[in-house]
Design a protein around this ligand. Sequence first.
Ligand code: FAD
Length: 285
Amino acid sequence: DALNQSLSELRDINVSFEFFPPKSEKMEQTLWKSVERLAPLKPSYMSVTYGANSGERDRTHDVVKRIHQQTGVDAVPHLTCVDATPDELRQIAQDYWNSGIRRIVALRGDLPPGTEKTDMYAADLVSLLKDVADFDISVAAYPEKHPEAPNAQFDLLNLKRKAEAGASEAITQFFFDTSMFLRFRDRAAAAGIDLDIVPGILPVTNYQTLVKFAGFTNVHVPAYLHRLFEGLDDDDQATRNLIGANIAMDMVKVLAKEGVKHFHFYTLNRSELSYAICHMLGVRG
Ligand code: FAD
């Protein structure tokens, strides 16, 4: 049909993959197997999340370093500012620059429980990083609004501040409603936000985990997703993978047809679904 026809004509699609630092020996093996599997697809970069708990920054940096050494792919650390002083952040940024890192995903991070305000938001971190060196900076965007923002316009102006502070791309929170993403992209353009808006694609393999996660990230899970996964909780992973891949493939087909050229995959350290979706998009390495 027309959608598959236009898909076969796709050119110049870029992808990036997101991982998190593993917390056990078994998770470590899964991560490196996935990195090895996805690296030949020549992603623009592979990014590694950063959790606020102690020791995590070193783990993020270790994974970033090893990805680059092992695969030659550009590796990108995430960095949050809620849990560090400006001096510490400048030092971290300088160390990253000195070790050859040229892109950072700059985030505020989630507020510690019981906290309602912070001195530093992501836009301030972008400025701080740009003062240290001329990094390429990715920031977060929320097509369905960040949970703390009073309204969508406030949140959009926050994205504009991040762009004006020097970010060059915004990776979105995961979502399932492609027309909602496209409206968000239009609103950002109309607001003069000069950023590449990169859809964050979460290939779903576990519906229960998704529902939990979507709850605190303000992401709407459409009823059809529930119906698709219904009755499969105790089924084998392969069946759920097929359903998850099908959902994500439908999404990326629509988005690619609407001109999206860069997709960011929340891999959750697995490679199967992201690899298959990339293959379908013509990303073959
Ligand atoms: P900001 O852009 O600073 O916005 C946070 C909130 O504050 C918004 O509601 C905004 O509207 C509001 N706001 C901004 N400026 C002001 C102001 N001056 N006054 C009042 N309100 C203001 N978290 C991690 O801990 N580690 C990670 O590695 C990580 N990676 C992520 C990657 C992506 C692609 C995404 C989408 C999210 C990621 N997160 C990560 C989650 C992120 O840290 C949280 O969503 C966090 O709550 C907000 O971060 P932010 O950078 O979007 O913050």
